[in-house]
Design a protein around this ligand. Structure first.
Ligand SMILES: [Mn+2]
Length: 424
């Protein structure tokens, strides 16, 4: 963890400027009829989960260029996640990926306690083979043509639930790489039937207070078709399985220009929005840092979420899911968590009564301007004040760099092997 005096000293140097900026923004928002403290309190209460795999350097299909001091175990990953939460105050939970993070639940709980973290959704992995595995997933897992391979994939998901129960998780997220690479390779209908049959077996193993989140993805690793390719198929799965099954929306898993905020609205309307994997993309599933390409789209997603606040049983899981190829993953994850908070704060500023009036009056221009007025507001002082008040850093990246954390862990962690590719 970071020495608290580093954070305190950095905050003291920025304190006066922040208070001046915060007061000025407070006056500005008051003239718009908005109480800045109420926005700040909501931002302070907001938390987003970190994926354990996000703290390691990612890669493309071509190569991976690891940095120094890469985490070598789930416990190293939890240390890094603890630093992210310490500095941002925005990431109280970690989402584990099994078998990459498999460990004794007592040890996981002890480390979580030490780092001030809790566990979010469990993630299963049936998109790659593990050493000693009886049946290969080369041609699929939950939808495989071979019953024994499907049973093995079901068993793995049930194991993830069992481990998750012991560490306080309340959800299982399933993403499968199943699909086909050639037209004609797979019968779409029979393949999806097999998937549903397997998913029903996993669903039957859910504790009563758990949710099953299924994640759609348009393409890759199967390039011609994937079994759960879009939100339509995902919705069918959630409908078929039952009330504990909901859809997970990964922002990068859509074709360019798809109206993701509208998908979000549809899933909310029918009670099937289970959660998010936030990231950004330019061309495909790029897994770029959240809001690095299109912050307005992220804002529009949050506009739908704020619109739905107060809906009964509405509690989507929020997580980052991105690949850091050229940055320090801790810095990228801190920045991304803050960008998500920013989008949330901006969405809270939308004048919803005015927006509804413009919509009913068919005043398209003023409806759009109402959203833009919120989006254009620089809410940075609100985010900084929320961090300051909870003992986190006013400027997390600057405090992180001053702390020398990465160089310190590089002293004790083994040098990471850069061979092989793959987004992880
Ligand atoms: Mn994802």
């Amino acid at each position: 963890m970071i020495d608290a005096t580093t954070i305190t000293a950095a905050n003291a140097a920025a304190d006066a400027t922040l208070r001046a900026d915060y007061d000025a923004l407070g006056d500005h928002l008051a003239r718009r009829g908005i109480d800045i403290a109420s926005i700040k309190d909501k931002v302070a209460a907001y938390g987003i989960a970190i994926p354990s795999w996000g703290v390691g350097t990612g890669g493309t299909r071509f190569a991976r260029f690891p940095g120094v001091g890469e985490p070598a175990s789930v416990f190293d990953k939890l240390d890094d996640c603890g630093v992210i939460h310490q500095l941002t105050g925005a990431t109280p939970r970690v989402s584990l990926h099994i078998p990459w993070d498999d460990a004794d639940p007592a040890d996981l709980l002890a480390k979580a306690e030490e780092t001030g973290l809790a566990f979010d959704a469990m993630n299963s992995n049936t998109f790659q083979d593990q050493p000693g595995q009886a049946h290969s997933y080369k041609y699929g897992s939950l939808s495989h043509t071979d019953a024994a391979t499907r049973a093995q994939a079901v068993e793995h998901n049930l194991y993830c639930i069992e481990l998750g129960r012991k560490i306080g998780s309340k959800a299982l997220t399933i993403w499968v790489g199943d699909g086909s690479n050639f037209p004609g390779q797979s019968n779409f209908t029979r393949q999806f039937e097999r998937y549903l049959g397997s998913a029903r077996e996993v669903y039957a193993g859910l504790p009563a207070d758990w949710r099953l989140l299924t994640e759609h993805k348009m393409f890759e690793p199967a390039f011609y078709s994937t079994v759960v390719q879009d939100w339509g198929t995902n919705y069918m799965i959630a409908q078929e399985l039952g009330p504990q099954a909901q859809c997970l929306v990964d922002l990068g898993h859509h074709a360019p220009n798809v109206n993701i905020e509208m998908i979000v609205a549809r899933l909310i309307q029918f009670g099937k929005l289970g959660g998010f994997h936030f990231n950004d993309s330019k061309y495909g599933d790029d897994d770029l840092d959240t809001a690095s390409i299109d912050p307005y789209r992220l804002f529009l997603v949050f506009n739908e979420l704020v619109e739905a606040e107060g809906t009964p049983d509405f509690d989507p899981a929020h997580m980052l899911d991105q690949s850091h190829n050229v940055t320090d993953p801790i810095e990228s994850l801190m920045n991304s968590a803050m960008e998500v908070q920013r989008a949330y704060a901006q969405a809270l500023l939308v004048d919803r009564a005015a927006l509804a009036g413009h919509q009913d009056a068919n005043d398209a221009l003023m409806a759009s301007e109402t959203l833009k007025a919120a989006f254009r507001t620089d809410v940075t002082p609100i985010l900084k004040m929320a961090r300051l008040e909870k003992g986190a850093a006013i400027d997390p990246v600057a405090a992180y760099r001053q702390s020398g954390y990465r160089a310190a862990v590089a002293e004790t962690r083994p040098v990471s092997d850069g061979s092989g590719g793959g987004i992880v």
